[in-house]
Structure formats: structure tokens, C-alpha cells
Ligand binder design. Structure first.
Ligand code: NAP
Length: 289
């Protein structure tokens, strides 16, 4: 894995070399081409993706929730292939995915992704146990499922066997019997809207009331589109996969277009095996401290 942006410090940068064609006939590359190098240690990756201090429980004046998205896209913009994101992914992508989960208090996910990808509870990982303890976090992030219809199988381990209770974010008018089934399975039902649906703008604040301020959303596209449209997507970690799928899969966001595109600024860019790991921050979002 190698960092492409911000510019690596001198020891990581290749010494200026003379072009094989001779001096003056081609600029020396600023970054060494070729293999991406070994994977970064998990600790280093976790440091690189740390949440802003303002989202930590001990932030002066209290924590401010920070919502980060993590998605993978094919070169031609597909967010899945055959209904799964795995065909677009790689070992490095799964490593970043795991690190982002390990840093989060809660993972917010749309019900269709839960159904399509067979979501399970997040697991506790020994490699992150000390870091999570020091950050005032439980052993694993809570999963927060966003649903209006609540057509979810509440007998699944996601609801019955999590290390920390799974949250179900829904509207107050969502089917009462399904809300009861969610509670009976052990889930915490949170109303984030007056009708059947969830108001995406209310999600970070409501999760903060449950002690979750370092937030990660793993989509899917319809949910991510609503967070972006509501102006609450603080950061996007987008993996660009060196694959082309063609087909008609949705992009990483799906929904009505914004009146004007929302601006994001590049924070970092890392490469491994042709996969680009980008990290963008919403213009105007509080910078990490
Ligand atoms: N490329 C990636 O990184 C990535 C990441 C995640 C998922 N995916 C792929 O994306 C596909 C699924 O994505 P998707 O866009 O179809 O679905 P999604 O966003 O995962 O889930 C949509 C569902 O979430 C619930 N929902 C969304 N907004 C809501 C709101 N405001 N209020 C209440 N409920 C709300 C609804 O559930 P109910 O129907 O239960 O009411 C809705 O049907 C899968 O194929 C998956 O593989 C790709």
C-alpha cells in the first residue's frame, strides 16, 4: 500500500532518477512506480483513518457526531455486481472496510443492503480491543438498520446475537407489529420520523443520544444518497476498484439529483494493487482536530 496524497515525505519518495532516455528527455516520476508495497500494519491504517477529536466523548463541550461513508465503486461507476459489492472488492478493500468498522461507534446501513448482503453483527477484533477501550468504545460497533417497512428477519443473528444491541431506525408510524418483533428480538427501536420513514438529517443526532458519535455508513446507495442530500455526510471513503462491470447497477448514491452538486475536498489517496482508496471531506465540515 502506498500513499499518493498528501505527497509522501522524502524517505517514501524515490530519489530523482535519470530518465532511461537521458537527461532532459523526460521528467523523473515523483512517486516510485511499480508494486504498491506491503500492506500497512492495522495500527497505521487505523491512525490514518482516525475520527476527528470533535467526535470523541471527551471533546471539549461534548462530542459532535461525524458521519463517514465507506463505499466501493467499479471504474464505470457500479456500486454492485449481481447485487453484491464483493465482486468489486479486494483484500486491501476488506482491510480498510474492517478498520473503518473497528473505529466506529455505530454502522448505519439500509435495510436492502442488510437483506442483499446477509448482514451479521459486527465482531470484536483482538487487534483493536485496546484501541477501542482507550477510545471509550464497546468491543464492536453497533449496527443501525434503517427501514420503513421493517420487512426484516428478526430471528437472524444480526438481531438476536450482537455484542451490542442492534438499532432499528424507523418512523413512528412503521408497522407496530414489526416494531414489536424487533424489540422482542433484542433490538433497540429508534423513531427518526413521524411517518413510516426516517428523516436522514435526524440520524446523527439521534444516534448521538444513544452514545454513538463516530458514525460509519456502509450504504447502500439509496440511503447514502439521502445522507448526502440532507447535508449530513461529513466524509466519504470511496474505493475505486480497477474493474468494469457494464450493466445497470446503481452508482454509490441513488435518488433525486441535488439542485447543486455538494462539494467535497480530497483528504488522502492511497493505492494498493490498482485499487484507489480515496477519502473526501465535505466542504464546511469541521476538520479533524
Ligand atoms: N458498493 C458499495 O460499497 C455498496 C455498499 C452497500 C450496498 N451496496 C449494494 O447496494 C445494494 C442495495 O442498495 P439499495 O440502494 O438498493 O438499498 P439500501 O440503501 O441499502 O436500502 C434501501 C432500504 O433502506 C430503507 N430506507 C432507506 N431510506 C429510508 C428512509 N429514509 N426511511 C426509512 N427507510 C429507509 C428502506 O428499507 P425498507 O424497504 O425495509 O423500508 C429501503 O428499501 C445491494 O446490491 C448492495 O450490494 C453496495
Amino acid at each position: 500500500m502506498r500513499r499518493l496524497f498528501p505527497q509522501p515525505t522524502p524517505p517514501e519518495v524515490a530519489a530523482p532518477s535519470v530518465s532511461p532516455a537521458g537527461p532532459g528527455e523526460g521528467a523523473a516520476p515523483s512517486v516510485r512506480p511499480g508494486p504498491s508495497g506491503p500492506p500497512w500494519p492495522l495500527e497505521e491504517l487505523a491512525d490514518a483513518y482516525a475520527y476527528p477529536a470533535s467526535a470523541a466523548p471527551d471533546a471539549p463541550g461534548g462530542p459532535t457526531p461525524w458521519l463517514r461513508g465507506n463505499m466501493v465503486s467499479s471504474l464505470d461507476g457500479a456500486a454492485h455486481h449481481g447485487g453484491r459489492s464483493q465482486p468489486l472488492s479486494s483484500d486491501a478493500d476488506m482491510r480498510v472496510f474492517g478498520v473503518l468498522r473497528a473505529l466506529a461507534d455505530a454502522v448505519v446501513v439500509g435495510a436492502e443492503t442488510v437483506r442483499q448482503e446477509g448482514y451479521r453483527p459486527a465482531r470484536a477484533r483482538a487487534a483493536f480491543a485496546a484501541r477501542r477501550r482507550a477510545a471509550g468504545q464497546g468491543p464492536a460497533p453497533a449496527i443501525a438498520v434503517v427501514s420503513a417497512g421493517l420487512d426484516l428477519d428478526f430471528s437472524l443473528p444480526l438481531f438476536t446475537e450482537p455484542l451490542v444491541p442492534t438499532l432499528v431506525l424507523t418512523g413512528a408510524a412503521a408497522p407496530a407489529d414489526r416494531q414489536a418483533a424487533a424489540r422482542a428480538a433484542g433490538a433497540v427501536v429508534v423513531h427518526a420520523g413521524e411517518g413510516t420513514g426516517v428523516d436522514p438529517a435526524r440520524v446523527p443526532g439521534l444516534l448521538a443520544e444513544h452514545g454513538h458519535t463516530r458514525l460509519l455508513t456502509e450504504g447502500g446507495p439509496r440511503l447514502l444518497g439521502q445522507f448526502a442530500a440532507a447535508g449530513v455526510l461529513d466524509e466519504l471513503c470511496l474505493t475505486l476498484s480497477p474493474r468494469i462491470t457494464v450493466g445497470n447497477a446503481s452508482r454509490i448514491t441513488d435518488g433525486p439529483g441535488l439542485a447543486a452538486p455538494a462539494e467535497y475536498a480530497l483528504v488522502s489517496l492511497v493505492e494498493e494493487d490498482g485499487f484507489l482508496f480515496t477519502r473526501y471531506r465535505r466542504a464546511g465540515a469541521v476538520p479533524p482536530g
